[in-house]
Design a protein around this ligand. Structure first.
Ligand code: GDP
Ligand code: IMO
Ligand code: MG
Length: 423
């Protein structure tokens, strides 16, 4: 068997959590392969809303196994809070949630370092989620990290060594902090973590594939936040792209099956960095209000703009996307016309590829299409789609070269329409 991979094609928050939840009944296992509690994956069903940060979004579907892979960075304190809240609402996790021993731990001092580095950058700050993501991945790559498996052996020593190193850096940065509360919650989290099945997830997943099981890999963030291919340095610190599923779970490249690429019918971004199609006008505010575009982790207002097909084509290429999923089209239901960026103007020249030196000066060139001006939120099948909406889908498919297989018309699990287009 092969794994399918589902990932974001824009700057995150495309709606990955919702779609993973919708697709989970078709799989036996859902596995997260990178990122950490910087993610906020929202699911809505039966009038309830949940935001997941480290736990995969397949957790609400019956007895499915969910795996936190080696490519993830885990904060035990935040994990405990998230898992306990789910357990309190009646979801049994201990049997079904497996955690890789090779996943790296976010230490309290990683969080402090994240804040200290951001403060030191001043106006050039990345606008991180403040969860210690960058410093934890830095320690992983510099071979100084503490892993989940370490909590079983010589843990105190490893923790103390890492903490001492971090405190030395913080002293150099002249950064004031208090670890008391953070450390208390963190050590409680470590004890809690010991109650879970800590596994070699690469063996588990490959064994499941050999046994004919269906595995869905869930990405966090989005391709434009990828450490290598995103709008560097305004990115996260992991490989959010499809290749990240190979390294973050121990799945060989020839075991990748379908790649589901998710995008919003428009575009958003949280934090700093270039965003060519960003709108600073009434339309931008309208998208923000109608789309409730506020961060699910930090509550920060998301920057909003039109869909960027130049960036999307780039993401599709990097990930080898085989199926597209378009989210939040209902947010545009009332618009008279809809714009899509088909090229950029840069230094007086028109380009149709995503450039190395993307800056705020890049000017989008738009195609304008008629809006459908129809409430689509209660639609059940593609037969009900308005003509203008079908025209918009055809336009996007022609531009992007990949079929749009699922359209999401609202936040609820039920507001999802599958399209039965021919392959
Ligand atoms: P993720 O990080 O990719 O899982 O996405 P987030 O959960 O951070 O952000 C997506 C937001 O859009 C959440 O508040 C979802 O409940 C909501 N959402 C998802 N799909 C739709 C949709 O089709 N329409 C609308 N209006 N909201 C949606
Ligand atoms: P999901 O999985 C949107 C952004 C931050 C910041 C940059 C680096 O919910 O789509 P970090 O804390 O990772 O060092 O921050 O990346 N960012 C996200 N933006 N959705 C996310 O996750 C994000 N995770 C990180 O805002 O600009
Ligand atoms: Mg999110």
């Amino acid at each position: 068997m092969k794994v399918d991979v589902l990932l974001g094609l824009q700057w995150g928050d495309e709606g990955k959590g919702k779609v993973v939840d919708v697709l989970t009944p078709r799989y036996d296992v859902v596995a997260r392969f990178q990122g950490g509690p910087n993610a906020g994956h929202t699911l809505e069903f039966e009038g309830q809303k949940y935001v997941l940060r480290s736990i995969p979004s397949g957790i609400f579907q019956g007895d499915k196994v969910n795996i936190i892979g080696n490519g993830v960075v885990l904060d035990p304190a935040l994990f405990k809070a998230e898992a306990e809240a789910l357990e309190a609402s009646g979801h049994n996790l201990k049997e079904r949630l497996h955690i890789s021993k090779k996943a790296h731990l976010i230490l309290p001092t990683h969080r402090i370092l994240d804040a200290a580095y951001e403060a030191a950058k001043g106006d050039a700050k990345v606008g991180t989620t403040g969860k210690g993501i960058g410093p934890t991945y830095t320690d992983k790559v510099s071979r100084n990290g503490v892993r989940v498996g370490d909590i079983l052996h010589n843990f105190e020593q490893k923790y103390a060594a890492a903490k001492a190193r971090h405190e030395q850096i913080l002293k150099g940065l002249n950064y004031e902090y208090d670890l008391t509360e953070l450390e208390k919650a963190w050590f409680e989290g470590i004890e809690y973590l010991k109650q879970f099945q800590l596994v070699d997830s690469e063996h588990e997943i490959n064994g499941l594939l050999d046994a004919g099981k269906f595995v869905l890999c869930e990405g966090a963030q989005g391709t434009m936040l990828d450490i290598d291919f995103g709008s560097y340095p305004f990115v996260t610190s992991s490989n959010t792209v499809c290749a990240g599923a190979c390294t973050g779970l121990g799945v060989a490249p020839n075991k990748i099956g379908d790649v589901y690429g998710i995008f919003k019918a428009y575009c958003t971004r949280v934090g700093s960095g270039p965003f060519p199609t960003e709108l600073f006008d009434k339309t931008g505010d309208q998208i923000c209000t109608l789309g409730h575009e506020f961060g699910s982790v930090t509550g920060r207002k998301r920057r909003c703009g039109w869909v960027d097909l130049v960036a999307l084509k780039y993401s599709i290429m990097i990930n080898g996307v085989t199926k597209l999923i378009m989210m939040k089209s209902d947010v545009l239901d009332t618009f008279e016309t809809i714009k899509a960026c088909v090229a950029y103007k840069m230094n007086g020249e028109e380009i149709d590829y995503f450039p190395y030196d993307i800056t705020d000066e890049v000017e989008p060139i738009y195609m304008e299409l008629p809006g459908w001006q129809t409430d689509m939120t209660k639609m059940q099948s593609e037969d009900e789609f308005p003509e203008e909406f079908n025209a918009y889908l055809s336009f996007l498919e022609e531009q992007l070269g990949v079929q749009i297989k699922i359209v999401s018309v609202g936040p609820d699990r039920e507001q999802t329409i599958e399209r039965y287009t021919e392959e």
